[in-house]
Design a protein around this ligand. Structure first.
Ligand code: SF4
Ligand code: MSK
Length: 648
């Protein structure tokens, strides 16, 4: 197959061709081998929850319409869907829990490889949690915050502190009235597993309701804890230059690629990799130095805080290994393809797993313990150095990389928009109200070999910014945007509509703001809360002219993220439909009726241009409702104009 039909990224196309020449399989080949994929699975109407099944519903209405227990299509698809939410929320929240444990260890131990790097944020977050900060020592405040954060996971009474400390009051009221205010993080996930057990709930709306509560415990709970405590512990990001794409690998250096999601080990690796003794060791082995690069969201964590270059996003993990230039690929958790285990056997590359939660056949396991972080980081870097001389033949590194600026956060956007002396969201709100910026969109999520790699992200983002919609991005979508030069400040003049370009150029920001990793989608939630609090754009997130999208999503985490945006009042468009289309009532609820309950809803659209058009149309309808289109309507956007919106 023509590599251009697999990826829109030139560096990836080059490596896909090399893999084909070498007879190596990759995710695209394995997808082809899977075709045609199971239609029942795609439609969400097969069930294997108990051994009276597996059962499946005939989507054409001719065969069985009920499983052995009597479950219909809506029940089966709703159970499957909320179990996906449980998986996604568990992954994010367990990440948050691990950070919280590290945070507690830092507070309690006298000597430790980590330290509190952002005391100001510690005090701000502690105050939100109702912890007294005035006149108290940092360590005491941090101790209380560690306990409060850890308690959020398993508390048996009340609701999450963060669910009342961060969202706008109007949003909290929506959740209270619907009965979906999250109670504790673990409880909501456990309750999904209980409710979807054979013979418990069968009302699809009631099942979705628990899905809503669980995803809120992720976005405004576990993920938010991960973000807040990571900022306190590893330092809050600040705008920083970086390079992105496979070209950041360096044939002359020892290359270490860190891949996965958690910052705990990778943050230490960043510091240790520049120790003179290790650099000398690398030079003694014939290398010019030690080159650290990231993959997926571990990349985003150390990029945001240290400017460490990004080798690629999800579908590039095998391609990075295929360069033959990677001495160690170091992985923690999530989005790591098991295929790396066997692929590493074809090269000198050592695949090293570090989490007891993630062992992979073909990988070496070096367990990471936070209390010996530096020692373990040194051990791993030495393995990479020793491995440099085992490189077989020439490294095949595509000479392609792009530069950009990352490191935007809920807090520092204040400064970029308003300047040090007028730090506030006011300029953003004012520019939305005056129409220079039509609204904002969160474009996030994965790659999926069912879509041409990066094409969905880039096409959608380009159309949005051309139409004066500011984009915030995380995860693999942000990496796609960076590789295409959309995070360069000069991208504003090149790709944006007049209004957005003017704002970006005035304040010196790119039109696509990188706000971090998957758990940092919580930053988008808190940005929205700040925009509401600033005033002039309604009382609730659901009033704002904003939309969300995941144009190449694939993971359960993306389902949880999408659902917590919907539950927070955001219109959310995804490419691959949720696996619910075989359940007509459930589909109608998720894509339409749910809006009456929570103010947001889902839409499914594979064509990124159409999807962006739907988002723009939604943004304009919210502007209409806010009454801020009045003047503009006559000369800027009537329905015909909206239909004619394009990226040309
Ligand atoms: Fe079949 Fe019901 Fe068992 Fe599912 S729970 S496998 S529908 S009998
Ligand atoms: S890494 S969940 S492929 S965004 Fe966060 Fe990328 Fe999706 Fe993983």
């Amino acid at each position: 197959m023509d590599p251009k039909e697999r990826s829109s990224d030139k560096a990836s196309q080059e490596m896909i061709s090399r893999m084909a020449e070498a007879g190596q399989q990759n995710a695209w080949d394995r997808l082809e081998a899977q075709l045609p994929q199971c239609g029942f699975g795609k439609l969400g109407i097969c069930c294997r929850i108990c051994t009276m099944g597996p059962c499946r519903i005939d989507p054409f209405g001719e065969g069985p319409q009920f499983g052995v227990c009597g479950a219909d299509a809506d029940t089966i698809a709703a159970r499957n869907l909320v179990r996906m939410i449980a998986g996604g929320a568990a992954a994010h929240s367990d990440h948050g829990r691990d950070i919280a444990h590290t945070f507690k260890m830092v507070v309690e131990s006298e000597q430790c490889d980590y330290m509190i790097k952002d005391e100001l944020k510690l005090r701000e977050v502690a105050a939100r949690y109702g912890i007294k900060v005035e006149g108290r020592q940092t360590k005491d405040i941090a101790g209380d915050l560690a306990d409060a954060a850890l308690a959020e996971f398993g508390k048996q009474e009340g609701t999450l502190i963060s669910a009342s400390a961060y969202p706008p009051p109007a949003r909290q009221k929506v959740w209270q009235e619907l009965g979906i205010t999250p109670r504790s993080i673990d409880r909501e996930i456990v309750e999904i597993m209980h409710r979807t057990h054979i013979g418990v709930g069968s009302d699809y709306k009631n099942l979705v309701k628990q899905g809503l509560r669980a995803c809120l415990s992720d976005g405004w709970g576990g993920s938010l804890i991960a973000t807040e405590l990571s900022d306190i512990l590893f330092g809050s990001p600040w705008p920083i230059r970086f390079g992105a794409n496979l070209g950041v690998l360096d044939a002359k250096q020892v290359n270490i690629v860190v891949h996965g999601h958690e910052p705990t080990l990778s943050d230490i690796i960043v510091a240790v990799s520049q120790e003179p003794e290790l650099i000398k060791m690398a030079k003694d082995k014939g290398a010019e130095g030690i080159n650290l690069a990231g993959m997926c969201c571990t990349a985003n964590e150390i990029l945001m805080r240290h400017g460490i270059p990004v080798a690629g996003n999800f579908l590039q993990q095998e391609l990075a290994m295929m360069t033959g230039a990677v001495e160690v690929m170091l992985v923690d958790v999530q989005c790591i393809m098991p295929a790396l285990g066997s692929l590493s056997g074809c090269f000198h590359t050592k695949l090293i797993t570090t989490s007891p939660k993630c062992k992979i056949a073909g990988a070496e396991h070096i367990e990471f313990h936070e209390d010996r972080a530096v020692e373990i980081a040194r051990e791993i870097i030495k393995i990479a150095i020793e491995n440099f001389e085992n490189r077989k033949g020439k490294a095949n590194i595509p000479k392609l990389m792009e530069r950009g600026i990352a490191g935007f956060t809920t807090e520092n956007i204040f400064y970029h928009l308003g300047g040090r002396f007028r730090a506030s969201y006011r300029p953003l709100n004012d520019n939305i109200i005056n129409g220079r910026i039509r609204g904002a969109a969160g474009v996030v999520g994965c790659n999926n070999p069912k879509q041409v790699h990066d094409y969905g992200h880039l096409t959608m983002i380009r159309k949005l910014i051309k139409n004066d919609v500011l984009v915030v991005s995380t995860g693999c979508s942000a990496i796609a945007a960076a590789k295409a030069g959309l995070m360069r400040p000069d991208a504003a003049a090149k790709y944006c509509g007049k209004g957005l370009a003017e704002v970006c150029e005035t304040v010196g920001i790119p039109p696509v703001l990188h706000v971090g990793s998957c758990v940092d989608n919580s930053r988008i939630l808190t940005i929205l809360a700040n925009v509401v609090a600033e005033g002039g754009l309604g009382e609730d997130i659901s009033d704002l002219p904003v939309a969300g999208a995941a144009p190449e999503w694939m993971s359960e985490k993306a389902v949880s993220i999408g659902m917590y945006f919907v539950a927070s009042g955001v219109y959310t468009v995804i490419a691959e439909p949720l696996p619910v289309l075989g359940a007509p009532n459930l589909t109608r609820y998720l894509t339409d009726e749910i809006e009456k309950d929570v103010g947001g809803k889902w839409a499914f659209e594979r064509d990124p241009i159409k999807a962006a058009g739907m988002m723009i149309e939604h943004i304009e309808s919210k502007r209409d409702a806010l009454g801020i289109n009045k003047e503009a309507e006559r000369k800027l956007y009537d329905m015909e104009d909206r239909r004619a919106l394009s990226i040309e």
